[in-house]
Design a protein around this ligand. Structure first.
Ligand code: GN1
Ligand code: MG
Length: 365
């Protein structure tokens, strides 16, 4: 069921048979997203990618629990929940999702006006994004993590991501392994230097606390106010699970502190920008209202390298497996993304002294 009329039929389970228009939005890598304009306002309709999220009911149960918790916090603070947290609609079945005749899961939420950025060169804006992601975690700091389903097992287990890459190269399903020897060696060298185990070792030793984290903190997963640039609402809650705040920090800076888009092919344009790292770190720590520990803050630079490496390895794994996970725009897209992320890892490594100095300054403030 992919045609527009089938999607309209699905949409009617949320919006009734009245007048509405549908527009496709192709920015995410995983779910399929449409905007719905109806008499009742603008909404977002999404089909959940079932090969990525194998138990969509659990994703939606997590989302219901987390959004209602945040909503209560916003009300306590005198803020407007209609702008600060996603509001999912019930379908005519009474659940916050609808299953179509093909067994596909759909959901809808009220559109929140604002901007989502794919790149950012303003340290002020990035600092505000940091504050909003920090605040998101702080709202969930008293949320009982055992209530959450693990929607994707080992999502930020970087060592597992490395072994998945090695497995994909060995299986070589798409016959591409021989052409990516340099990229594979890049990942192996970092693995040997402990980049993959850095965060998981810290969690195991107790140095890094287990918290409820967002786990997909790309800059475009936050809605910013059109005028003030303040972070209004954190979106894409599919991967909210127990984790380390370093996952959220690392993922946010690998995306937003890069001088180029995630799939820029001209690698000379790809550089990790310390000023942007500093701004995000400052905003994030502020948003966390004192919850980040000294160990965690000192780990920011290495966490940035770990999560950037992890994302690059995921793109490369998908390239080797025949592009089954991330949506691609052209055949070599995942390879270009992987090369881009690996270049960014190098840039982080080259600037580790500067990045360490920034975190030291942050700790002394
Ligand atoms: C995916 O859904 P989207 O596009 O925000 C992915 C993230 C990756 C990101 C890379 C569930 O995020 O983990 O970091 O692509 N989400 C999932 O751009 O795998
Ligand atoms: Mg996502």
């Amino acid at each position: 069921m992919n045609g527009t009329s089938a999607i309209r039929e699905t949409a009617a389970h949320f919006f009734g048979d009245g007048n509405f228009t549908l527009e496709e939005n192709r920015s995410g890598h995983i779910n399929s997203t449409y905007f719905v304009n109806s008499e009742g306002g603008r909404f977002v309709l999404q089909r959940i990618n079932k090969s990525v999220f194998t138990r969509p009911e659990e994703v939606m149960a997590n989302i219901a629990a987390v959004t209602s918790h945040i909503k209560d916090k916003l009300i306590e603070e005198g803020k407007d929940p209609a702008r600060g947290v996603l509001d999912f609609l019930d379908s005519d079945t009474g659940e916050n999702f609808f299953v179509d005749g093909d067994g596909e899961y759909w959901r809808a939420y009220r559109y929140i006006d604002g901007v989502c950025l794919n790149t950012c060169d303003s340290p002020e804006v990035f600092s505000r994004a940091g504050k909003a992601f920090g605040r998101f975690q702080s709202y969930l700091s008293d949320f009982d993590a055992t209530r959450l389903f693990e929607t994707i097992k080992d999502f930020h287990n970087t060592e597992k991501r490395f072994s998945d890459l090695v497995k994909a190269a060995t299986e070589d399903k798409a016959g591409r392994a021989a052409s990516v020897r340099n990229e594979l060696n890049f990942a192996i060298t970092r693995y040997e230097h402990g980049t993959c185990s850095f965060i998981s070792n810290g969690i195991a030793s107790g140095a890094f606390k287990l918290r409820v984290t967002h786990n997909d903190t790309k800059l475009n997963n936050i809605i910013l106010d059109r005028e003030s640039g303040e972070g209004i609402c954190v979106i894409d809650l599919d991967t909210v699970m127990p984790g380390s705040l370093l996952y959220d920090f690392g993922d946010a800076v690998r995306f937003g502190a890069s001088s180029a888009a995630e799939d820029e092919r001209e690698l000379a344009k790809v550089r990790f920008v310390p000023e942007m790292f500093a701004s995000f770190a400052e905003g994030f720590v502020r948003g966390l209202s004192g919850a980040a520990t000294k160990e965690e803050i000192s780990a920011f630079p290495r966490a940035a390298a770990t999560i950037t490496l992890e994302t690059g390895m995921r793109f490369l794994t998908d390239y080797l497996s025949g592009d089954t996970y991330f949506r691609i725009g052209y055949p070599e897209h995942n390879l270009d993304r992987a090369r881009n992320q690996f270049r960014l890892v190098e840039s982080i490594e080259e600037q580790s002294d500067v990045l360490d100095l920034i975190t030291k300054r942050l700790l002394n403030e």
